[in-house]
Ligand binder design. Sequence first.
Ligand code: GLY
Length: 356
Amino acid sequence: MLTRRDVLASSAALALQPSIGFSFIPKSAPRPLVVSSGNGYQFKNGGTETCVERAFRMITEGADVLDAVIAGVNIVELDPQDDSVGYGGLPNAEGVVQLDSCVMHGPKRWAGGVAGLEGIRTPSLVAKAVAASTDHHLLVGEGAQRFARGMGMTIEPDLNTPNSRGKWLEWKRRTDPTHYLDPTKRDGLAVALQMAEEGILDPEHVWGTINCNGMNAKGEICGVTTTSGLAFKIPGRVGDSPILGAGLYVDGEIGAAGSTGRGEANLYNLCSYLIVEELRRGKHPKDAGLEALKRVVSNTKEKRLLGPGGRPNFGLNFYVLDKQGRYAGVCMSGRSQFAVCDEKGPRLEACEPLFA
Ligand code: GLY
């Protein structure tokens, strides 16, 4: 779908064409742009900038785009008030905070991820170290922690805050860890979702995460996703966030997509990869994101995952930008917002819901 901006840019480019022998018309020039989940506009960790503001400022000052988006999400990872990411993230069923993250660098074709990482507030920096300093793409658990220690990072005994510990204790009090599903009922999430309904948990933080994607004026695209994963998960559970193609996918020539929400639904469909492939076929970021959500709907069959009208009863969002500087946030249903920062400044915009 062509926007007015594309048409104007193409017309301007056409006016500059020599009259013979030159047929390439750029749809629009790359422009500095940062897109993230809504928490990228919310948390400042006691400072003055949000994630999207810092990433955008660093990009416009000439920093490497991956360094910029990581510096942005570091604010949220370090902020104890966001209990879905990094320090103070909601712990697993045994009360231990286990973090997942991955990064992708478009121009360098670098990627790195960590999963089930304990004791380090900023897993995105460990994911970057995996990309920069190893021949591998994914390190998990103790190995990931040992690697981080070897890279000079500080390991802490416990990443819980009074907030995350208190919410875990409340969950524990209610469940007496019976979240291994009864095969006849398979309703293991019920307690966490009930706690969200009662206002004890932020519903967006049951699977909360931050994804942040950025592009500079040269059209260089990078992305990062980082999370404490599903609240009160079985220890060792890994969601979509650290998995290339699921929690994040960047193709430096095409665009980037990342996710927040129910990781299992995304893992089954590798939606970030699917979205970037749809961008490659020419789709607008909004249409590419909605296509992925439709795929998730068609692959969601179990009754426990379906609500009224047979629609998925879980949240899943995607944040998408393309090389032409177009972007979108999409969500499964209802209202949700995502963060943007460009030449017009930082702001929240509405995600496009698949089901209104
Ligand atoms: N999307 C975060 C998770 O499911 O772990």
